[in-house]
Ligand binder design. Structure first.
Ligand code: NAD
Length: 411
């Protein structure tokens, strides 16, 4: 199933609950604008390479478009479209004054030199600078893009429009960024894992967690949960998966990854397993925090975790999600679980616009407050309407976007 179809599946389930008519569904699902731009570059070896960059602006009824920029070989328009619409629902469910967008270029940043990467980024900004801006559309990092890439975007955009730190978020802390942005998504995932297991009456020190993906989201979720007493029994990345019944030493794993180009390969803190085995472990909580589409119709029956917290975007395919709901597995959906990142991005944008720097304590406090409020709303909505947390989150988000659209009209 293509990525956009999968998002539409969840949207339609919630829209059925809300009894939305087909015209409103079409209005809310259709992206408002899709930009495709040529990005031509002379590579370091002298060859000419012509790339295509995408920016899909899905909906801005609730505020400027907001969403990441992905550099990955598999990027295509369908995926960018799906991710853009997920951003609309994500910003709405945590009630940020933003809409949703996403961008991407089909490149493998690991195969490019720093000069090539910077050139591609600046060239893409040359092509789309009239479509983005602090009050129009605010990109951020996603897979394959970093704080440094954001600094290049800010710099290139500012050449056209003057000093504009608010045009992108997740910039380096030393360059108009926000202390605490880097940890925010993982912290939010950890915090909501704690909230959901608390609701189920589980004690932190008796709760066993497996985490797929040991990048930004996975490491910070692991660190947060470890600090409050959870036992992380398995971690993985694209190079290695390890299991330790007594609990992985998360700090040691982080030290190892930082020293090895962010890879777990060679980490000796447990028994080696496969990523498929990690997903099927008999744990209380499973946190997919790597890539999309890892929980499928084929492997869903092997999954034993009672709670799944979606750190990654789109890790669960629709038919697998239906099966999980039928058998009572609790799935905390991506649009809520990983919204800590965009929430901190919002704080950064506010800070940039006010030229007032927030302290880390304030960032954490405000982040925890946004995430807790959104979690409570989704939890009660799910109970009240007897639907899954995912459908409850979509219902709340769709209602908010629909209401804003009705207020502003379509003229
Ligand atoms: P990252 O690049 O820092 O880390 C990704 C991790 O996944 C790496 O450890 C990588 O080795 C691992 N991985 C890749 N392919 C894998 C595979 N096939 N099997 C197992 N592990 C694999 O990325 P990130 O920022 O941590 O993002 C992870 C996910 O979270 C993505 O889906 C992203 O869209 C989503 N997300 C990230 C943020 C954020 O603020 N970083 C916010 C919202 C959502």
């Amino acid at each position: 199933m293509k990525a956009f179809e999968a998002t539409k599946f969840f949207f339609d389930q919630a829209a059925d609950q809300l009894d939305l008519n087909k015209n409103v569904r079409k209005l809310l699902l259709t992206p408002q604008r899709e930009v495709q731009a040529q990005v031509a570059i002379e590579m370091d070896d002298g060859q000419l390479n012509t790339l295509v960059g995408y920016r899909v602006q899905h909906n801005n009824a609730r505020g400027p478009y907001k969403g990441g920029l992905r550099y990955h070989p598999h990027v295509d328009l369908d995926e960018v479209r799906a991710l853009a619409s997920l951003m609309t629902w994500k910003t709405a469910v945590v009630n940020l004054p933003y809409g949703g967008a996403k961008g991407g270029i089909a490149i493998d940043p690991r195969q490019l030199s720093r000069r090539e990467l910077e050139f591609i980024t600046r060239k893409f900004v040359d092509q789309i600078h009239t479509f983005i801006g602090p009050d129009i559309d605010i990109p951020a990092p996603d897979m394959g893009t970093t704080a440094e890439v954001m600094a290049w975007i800010m710099n290139q955009y500012s050449k056209y429009h003057g000093f504009s730190p608010g045009v992108v978020t997740s910039k380096p802390v030393e360059h108009y960024g926000l202390p605490g942005r880097e940890e925010a998504t993982g912290r939010g995932v950890g915090l909501l894992t704690h909230k959901v297991t608390g609701r189920l009456g589980h004690k932190a020190n008796e709760t066993r967690v497996a985490i797929q993906g040991f990048g930004n989201v996975g490491t910070h979720a692991a660190k947060f949960l470890c600090q409050i007493g959870y036992k992380i029994v398995a971690i993985s990345d694209h190079t290695l998966a390890v299991y330790n019944n007594d609990g992985i030493d998360v700090n040691e794993a982080m030290r190892h990854a930082y020293a090895n180009d962010r890879m777990l390969k060679g980490f000796k803190g447990g028994d080696n397993i496969t990523n498929e085995e990690l997903l099927a472990l008999d744990v209380d909580v499973l946190i997919p925090a790597a890539i999309g589409g890892v929980i499928t119709e084929e492997n869903v029956d092997s999954i034993k975790a009672k709670v799944i917290v979606e750190g990654a975007n789109g890790p669960t395919f629709p038919l697998a999600d239906v099966k999980l709901a039928e058998r009572g597995t609790i799935v905390l959906p991506d649009i809520l679980a990983n919204a800590g990142g965009v929430s901190a991005s919002y704080f950064e944008w506010v800070q940039n616009r006010q030229h007032y720097i927030w302290k880390m304590d304030r960032v954490r406090q405000e982040l925890d407050s946004v995430m807790t409020k959104a979690f409570d709303e989704v939890w009660y909505h799910a109970q009240e309407h007897k639907v899954s947390l995912r459908i409850a989150a979509f219902m709340i988000a769709i209602e908010r976007v629909k209401y804003a659209t009705a207020l502003v009209g379509i003229n």
